[in-house]
Ligand binder design. Sequence first.
Ligand code: KIV
Ligand code: ZN
Length: 499
Amino acid sequence: MKNIKIFDTTLRDGEQSPGASLNIAEKIQIALALEKMGVDIIEAGFAIASQDDFKAINKIAGKIKKSTVCSLARAKKEDIEAAYQAIKPARKKRIHTFLATSDVHLKYKLKMTKTQALRQIEKMVKLAKDKVDDVEFSPEDGFRTEPKFLFKAVEVAILAGATTVNIPDTVGYATPREFGELIADICKNVPNIKNVVISAHCHNDLGMATANSLAAVKNGAGQIECTVNGLGERAGNAALEEVVMALKTRKDYFKSVTNIKTKEIATVSKLVSNLTSISVQPNKAIVGANAFAHEAGIHQHGVLSKKETYEIMEAEDIGLKSNELVLGKHSGKHGLAYRLKNLGITLDKKQMKEVFERFKELADRKKKIYDEDLLALISDQLKTEEQKYSLELLQVVCGNKTKPMAMVGLKDSKGKNEEISVIANGPIDAVYRAIDRITKNKAELLEFSIKAITSGKDAQAEVFTKIRKNKRIYSGYGASNDIILASAKSYLNALNNSL
Ligand code: KIV
Ligand code: ZN
């Protein structure tokens, strides 16, 4: 069996998903959960992109012990220096540097000749290698690069010290056979390829990212770059849960294993969905709500007689348990801390104190607290960090004999309070209009969805919203037993993200 390294780029390419934006506290929790799941390399961000990105990578580097922490860097001196400074505290560090090599990128984006590109690759990989042992090079738009030039670029990068060469299908154009053949051709035509790991980085524009990544494995790749829930630029990247479960379920065919503890997949998927405020489609492979549901009578009958008739994996393989009771009103701090640790959540003292208070409030209102409730509570709590506006007051009157009215009070980061009452067509309309008035916001509400987190009439609700502001899209998440309160938090979160 070959060991395939899992390189997770949820915090870098994943964060480039339209609407996704994570604060530093959220990024840290995701990194810790990825490490607990067994991810080999965590691409924690793009250090030069912003001060927040730099800070997040730097903090993650200080906390992660087992996984390698990586920062992306263009093949530029200042990027490589920033990447190095950001990952410096990590036990295992990697710099991932890239330069586009396709004709269209060289001519129109970089305005470089091929000779100049090769020189730049050599110089910048060498510079990265002077700083860390573990250097990854990506010829961006590799799949659309003229093959001979791609082989040369890869050879030059290896000679300069790259230890992993990543072949991106940047625009999601490849088909599985072609991508597999390209990897096989690289193995044949690059003289020094045996000294390094070949990696695949596939985008999902035509829905083939997972298939292309697996074709790469079949033809010699030893690393797959992927994201949780398939998040990423445009249609996203190859989904971690799909590539990992495909390799596990079809071990007979791929003859490969990964270090991923698959029982963590469901929890990490939910955490990432809550924190990015991007919900998972119900029919999404592996982690969608319907992925293990059998609706047709003929299927149900088959599964009851013999599981294998219609099931190729078990829900337990990805850690799905049916609503296991975890905590209640009488649970204490230790019980809560134990459950959180099991979920891969590590909080500092102050955060733990706040979360415990909220847990107690929730337990007063809801008899049985499940893991899903805890993930919602943590996500909701993390979202209150680094926000410009916080919700101080919410009162709503509505019903069939009255005009819906909301009273909303917000506090801004300077401590200024403002309260306002609004009458509108519905209670949520009234709340959102009140928030808009206080914040002087001009966003358009594009999406609003509400879901019960668990079963039961006392279940918490989670609300996902999407807004458009200045031509950009922002997402929000909120959870509470009170659906209007969850709706208010979600909208305010999207709005705060836009600020
Ligand atoms: O899609 C891409 O080409 C990338 C590179 C930076 C690896 O994300
Ligand atoms: Zn990418």
